[in-house]
Design a protein around this ligand. Structure first.
Ligand SMILES: [Zn+2]
Length: 72
């Protein structure tokens, strides 16, 4: 299941959980971060997906402010 925790803890990093991202990556994330995301109902994603999403958001903002609409 997307965003589900694959494995909690481990021998050396008890505060780290492994989470399955929608792109298929399994990422190590801080357990408190995972809990916070779940509490907020936010998707849990790997750094690649987060960067993609952020750059996509920036593109959307650019279009909104500087884009296709003529001012006159
Ligand atoms: Zn991902």
């Amino acid at each position: 299941m997307i965003g589900s925790i694959v494995e909690m803890g481990g021998h050396c990093a008890p505060d780290i959980g492994k989470v399955y991202c929608e792109c298929g990556s399994i990422v190590d994330l801080d357990r408190s971060f995972i809990n916070l995301k779940r509490k907020l109902g936010k998707p849990i994603e790997c750094p690649t997906c987060r960067n993609n999403r952020i750059s996509h958001d920036i593109d959307a903002l650019d279009r909104h402010f500087f884009g296709d609409e003529d001012e006159e």
